[in-house]
Design a binder for this molecule. Sequence first.
Ligand code: ZN
Length: 219
Amino acid sequence: MEHPRSPVLELEKAIAGCAFRIAPERESELAELRDVNNLMLTLVDEPGFNIRVRLVEREIMINVAALEFLWASAHAHLILYNEYGLAQRSGSSTFDTGGTDRSRKAMELLAWAGRNALVNGTDLWPTALPRPERFPAEKSDGHVTNELFLCALAWIIHHEIAHIRLNHQALVTTCSIAEEKDADVAATKWILDKSTVQQESRKRTFGIAAAILALQGLP
Ligand SMILES: [Zn+2]
C-alpha cells in the first residue's frame, strides 16, 4: 500500500489475515485454496464501496473508502445497540440516536464515511471522531469495533472467494443475482459450518450481520 493515509490501514495485517482468522479450523483448507488459485488481495484508492473480485486474475480488490465505511458502520451499529440497551434499562420512553456524545460522534463518523465513499474516497479521517487503532484497550469500543469490522470484512472476502470456488463466469456487464446469492450462502457456510464453539459462532454471526447492515446502509 503506497498511501497509509487512513487510520483503518493500521489494521492492514489483520485485514490481510481476517479470512483465515474468522474460521481458524479451516485455515489449512483456505491456504490450499489460496495457493492453488494464486489468490491475491489488493488495496486500492477509489471512491464507492468497491470490494470485488477480478475472476480471471483471481484478485480481490478492496478500496480503502469501503474499509473506512465498513469500520464506521460497525462502530455506529455497536454504539447504537449499546446506547439503546442503556436507555431501555434506565426506563427511558424515547431514544435519541444522537442523544449522547458517544452516539452523536458515531453518527457523525458514519455520515462522514458515507460522504467520503460517495465523493472521492480520499478525504482525511476527521480528527475529532473515533478512529481505528491497532492496539485499542481491551473491551473498549475501538476493540469491539475492530473485531466486528474484521469479521464483517472476512465474510465479504469469503463472498468474493466463493465466486472463484463456484467457478462463476467473468461477466462484465451482467450482474447475476443467483450468483450473488450463491456466493453469500457459500461464504456463510464456510464461516459457520465447522465452528463448534457457540460463543465463537455468535461472534461470527454478529460480523456477518455487521457486513449486511453496512451493505444495506450504503449511501
Ligand atoms: Zn459478488
